[in-house]
Ligand binder design. Structure first.
Ligand code: COA
Ligand code: AMP
Length: 644
């Protein structure tokens, strides 16, 4: 059974007989050893689900060797378009295979073998993709850390993943600002307990790093190694770990297996995105995020597409027409980006004049995800580009979309502004109340997915089965709990309204307010604090801090704010966009002492709210309203840039 071309039929079949449905999808791939039945099993000790146990494959082989052996050797596999370095480079499948198999050989010389972890801390560059694929070739488990994270965050990931090797670039570019990465790696290694055997550095001409320490190795030198063949791996062997923000300072290490991941992504390329092998697909994301893993690298390559890897921003590289230039130059068929990127473009080119300067005839669909897409942005994008805009919902944990308008099915209802669409085959998405009962249509509840999850979703958290269980499986027994709130409308469309926990989305980047609170609370002047994600017209949400001082502390407030801002920039990174903190006399709490964060956020956003009956003193809310008004917090298009 491949696609029936009927969404309702496939969705129903995927839930009624998941084994049959996914076994059929698995047969679209060239396994070294096809998975035996049953393709879905439960671990006898943990009870967690596994897909395709007993099957053998290699994800790198499927992404590269398979296409070289099946008449795509000279097709372009990857286009690197970097307006920040004024570079465009194309790599055929044959060339990408050659580089990857050599780099895998170089990694093996450093002792990297199946099961070893490798951290990759690089900007969007082909060499980063080669590093990911080379790990996959060897069966080493890569963990890409977004280049915007500060040394503290990198160190936490080093200690958790315990990599044998770290691969980094000497530097990245944020617009024209040079960010030297190597010193950040060194700073992280000074904090980390675990030390890797080697740090591989890709030198960039605009900012080479001094290679002095005994553990440094040169990326280009490793590329001289003899090529190595792909190692046959078990389907359930981990392909990568991707850390994502939870509600505390310790990020969650989302594990992705090889077999389920390959099957799910291959299916998604045709069913969700409607692309065929040979088409050009562009996910304008960073390889440090789940979208980057799935749709800059693995999905398009598994499907035999040409993927575009973009090193730049939607604006000022050099202007707000840069996305449209890339679509034109590379004949992009599907563009996938975050609503924030569209809002940034719209701000600079509200009339869409730049879009009209380019030939966008190749483009069939614009997909958006990562945060809620507000209807105004949705409508503007559709009008400006003249193609359907498809909002779809997913998480690092799922690794591929859970809700979408699947454009590969001709009988799919048209997308609606504000909605993330319908459940993707494999996902039984429910809206529940706190007691786990389904809520009626139109009522907002908690978004959960009935178990088992389809292939591709996380089997567990890296070396933390207990946290996997407590974070996702215990809220509603028999379900995966997403942490999002949402509702169905009368026509069955689903709407995702945002997180119901201490996680926020800043420009499509997922961050923990709980972690920020832990950091602010460590400041010597701070007695207690609350970090809230308030609405931002550009980035969707941005964090602000409200701090109560310790008795006897009388710091200069602007100075204290700068210290708190620098604390978050230094520990998490500038990407958090934590730029405002205000001193308040008290924080509103329930009588049992719980800070009323939701009420504070509603207050800051000017949303109507009922004063909770459990609040210890309602007057506190008026005091805080006055502070926010005096500081004009939340009233600009974007929060003010931090002083560096
Ligand atoms: N390395 C180092 N620093 C980084 C970084 C990186 N890889 N990425 C971001 N930063 C820094 C930026 O330099 C900026 O620092 P500043 O406060 O000193 O100016 C800060 O983090 C915030 O970055 P960003 O949110 O990218 O803001 P911006 O002003 O540079 O760009 C947008 C604004 C809207 C253009 C940008 O946020 C954007 O492109 N958003 C879309 C994001 C996206 O595609 N997300 C999808 C994930 S699936
Ligand atoms: P991440 O794990 O970084 O991909 O972030 C996942 C979170 O982003 C989800 O839990 C949602 O809160 C949010 N998100 C992703 N896509 C959407 C969407 N289409 N609509 C609303 N929120 C989204």
């Amino acid at each position: 059974m491949s696609l029936t071309r009927s969404y309702p039929a496939d969705h129903a079949a995927s839930l009624q007989d998941p084994e049959e449905f996914w076994d059929a999808q698995a047969r679209q791939l060239a396994w070294f050893q096809p998975p035996p039945r049953p393709v879905l099993s439960q671990d006898s000790t943990t009870g967690f689900y596994h897909w395709f146990r007993g099957g053998q494959l290699n994800t790198c082989w499927l992404c590269l060797d398979y296409h070289v052996e099946n008449s795509r050797a000279d097709q372009v596999a990857l286009i690197y378009d970097s307006p920040v370095t004024h570079t465009v480079r194309r790599y055929t499948y044959r060339e990408l295979l050659d580089l990857t198999s050599r780099f895998a050989g170089g990694l093996r010389q450093l002792g990297v073998e199946r099961g070893d972890r490798v951290i990759i801390y690089m900007p969007n560059m082909p060499e980063a993709v080669v590093a990911m694929l080379a790990c996959a070739r060897l069966g080493a488990v890569h963990s890409v850390v977004f280049g915007g994270f500060a040394p503290h965050e990198l160190a936490v990931r080093i200690d958790d993943a315990q990599p044998r090797v770290i691969i980094c670039a000497s530097a990245g570019l944020e617009f024209d600002k040079v960010i030297p990465y190597k010193p950040l790696v060194e700073a992280a290694l000074q904090r980390a307990v675990h030390q890797p055997a080697a740090v591989v550095v890709l030198q960039r001409a605009f900012c080479p790093a001094a290679l002095s320490a005994a553990h440094d190795a040169d990326y280009q030198t490793l590329l001289q190694a003899a090529p190595v063949a792909a190692v046959p791996l078990e389907s359930i062997d981990p392909l990568y770990i991707l850390y994502t923000s939870g509600t505390t300072g310790k990020p969650k290490g989302v594990v992705r297996d090889n077999g389920g991941h390959a099957v799910a992504l291959k299916y998604s390329m045709a069913a969700i995105y409607g692309v065929q092998p040979g088409d050009t697909f562009w996910a304008a994301s960073d390889i440090g995020w789940a979208v980057g893993h799935s749709y800059c690298v693995y999905g398009p390559l598994l499907h035999g597409c040409t993927t575009v890897l973009f090193e730049g921003k939607p604006v000022r590289t050099p202007d707000a027409g840069t996305f449209w230039r890339v679509v034109q130059d590379h004949q992009v068929r599907v563009l996938f980006t975050a609503p924030t990127a569209i809002r940034a473009i719209k701000k600079e080119d509200a009339a869409g004049a730049l879009a009209r300067q380019y030939n966008l005839r190749s483009l069939r669909h614009l997909f958006v995800a990562g945060e809620r897409c507000d209807p105004a942005t949705y409508e503007w994008a559709g009008r400006t580009l003249g193609v359907p805009v498809v909002d779809h919902w997913w998480q690092t944990e799922s690794g591929w979309p859970m809700l979408a308008t699947l454009v590969g099915y001709p009988d799919m209802p048209a997308p609606k502004a504000g909605s993330a669409g319908f459940p993707v085959p494999g996902y039984d998405v429910r809206i529940l109340d706190e007691a786990g009962q389904s809520v009626p249509r139109g009522i907002t509840g908690l978004v959960a997915v009935r178990l088992p999850l389809p292939p591709g979703c996380l089997p567990t958290l890296w070396q933390d089965d207990a946290r996997f269980r407590s974070s996702y499986l215990e809220t509603f027994p028999g379900y995966y709990f997403s942490g999002d709130g949402g509702y169905h409308d009368a026509d069955g469309y689903l709407y995702i309204m945002g997180r119901v926990d201490d996680v926020i989305n800043v420009a499509g980047h997922r961050l923990s307010t709980g972690e920020m609170e832990e950091l602010l609370a460590a400041h010597p002047a701070v007695a207690e604090c609350a970090v809230l994600g308030i609405a931002c017209a550009l980035r969707g949400q941005v964090p602000i801090g409200l701090v109560v001082l310790k008795d006897g502390q009388t710091p200069d407030e602007p100075q204290l704010e700068q210290e708190l801002v620098q604390l978050i920039r230094g520990q998490i990174g500038a990407l958090a966009c934590f730029r405002q903190a205000a001193v308040v006399a008290r924080l509103p709490k329930t009588r049992s002492g719980k800070i009323l964060r939701k009420t504070l956020r509603q207050l800051a956003d000017g949303e109507p709210f009922t004063v909770p009956s459990t609040i210890d003193d309602p007057l506190i809310l008026d005091e805080i309203r006055q502070v926010l008004e005096r500081r004009a917090i939340g009233q600009a298009f974007d929060n003010p840039p931090a002083s560096r």
